[in-house]
Design a protein. Structure first.
Length: 279
């Protein structure tokens, strides 16, 4: 292994060169002379003045032997004694070998990621929502809403039993400590499951029962993105309806009272017709 190398700046005052050499001189894994001794020997008022001078005019280069290719490489540039590494530097690897290791690691992670994507895609057929419980669908909706970010998901959803069920079924997969992976088709499948019905007169949407433990949380909820603008006119009287379905969802509708309101129940597509009583 290449021996340490001391480099002294060309503009270093000649009367300080010997001080710098003594500062960096080592014997039996230790520095031969203490800084306070150099301070007294060269008539400095403070130890920091010695250290600052050495830092300004010198570099002490530490080399190591790569544990992969056995070549010597620059391990560290030291400017003061506190920079000097411990004995672990003798087990280092050079930058070329480090990059090669990282490339191999990245390629392995890419293969694992591709395998995970195949797994979740295979576990997510078009009718997946019909095969899951309402609690599982709520969980998936939360995961998709937060794009798989675990910290954001757990800040809102804390039922780990349901998450573990989805992991066991392969519908989601934990790629690392930070995210869940899911099928590319899942957002569209969930959107279709909660499909909104919008007409010129009003709209209806299915709501899920909320499993949040918070007493302030709504009993039913649903995250939706409207496909067209909805305007509720001032001065117009509207009919609002909310009822539970046998599958655990609730249907909500709002339409003007002067129109014939047709609602399709999510259980069996049965038409529920609401006609307001004349006053």
């Amino acid at each position: 292994m290449k021996a340490p190398e001391l480099k002294i700046a060309e503009n270093c005052p000649k009367n300080y060169i010997s001080l710098i050499k003594e500062y960096w001189e080592r014997n039996d894994e230790k520095f031969k002379i203490k800084v306070i001794e150099l301070q007294e020997q060269y008539n400095f008022g403070k130890k920091s003045q010695v250290t600052n001078l050495v830092k300004s005019y010198s570099q002490y280069l530490i080399y190591s032997e790569c544990q992969k290719c056995n070549k010597d490489f620059l391990y560290k540039e030291c400017h003061i004694r506190q920079d000097y590494p411990n004995n672990d530097f003798r087990r280092g690897i050079c930058s070329d070998c480090f990059l090669a290791e990282q490339k191999e690691k990245w390629e392995k992670e890419k293969q694992e990621q591709d395998q995970i994507i195949k797994q979740v895609n295979a576990a997510t057929p078009p009718d997946i929502c019909d095969k899951l419980s309402i609690d599982e669908i709520i969980c998936l909706q939360t995961i998709v809403f937060h794009h798989g970010c675990i910290s954001n998901i757990l800040s809102e959803y804390n039922n780990m039993n349901i998450i573990n069920q989805l992991l066991a079924k392969g519908i989601i997969a934990k790629t690392d400590w930070f995210s869940y992976e899911y099928a590319d088709s899942l957002p569209a499948l969930l959107d279709n499951y909660f499909k909104q019905r919008i007409t010129d007169e009003g709209f209806s949407v299915n709501l899920l029962k909320n499993t949040s433990y918070s007493q302030r949380a709504p009993k039913y909820r649903c995250k939706i993105k409207f496909t067209k603008q909805i305007v509720l006119e001032p001065g117009v009287e509207y009919l609002c309806g909310l009822w539970g379905n046998s599958n655990g969802t609730a249907s909500f509708v709002i339409k003007p009272v002067n129109s014939r309101t047709v609602i399709y129940c999510s259980d069996n597509n049965e038409q529920l017709i609401y006609i307001p009583n004349p006053e």
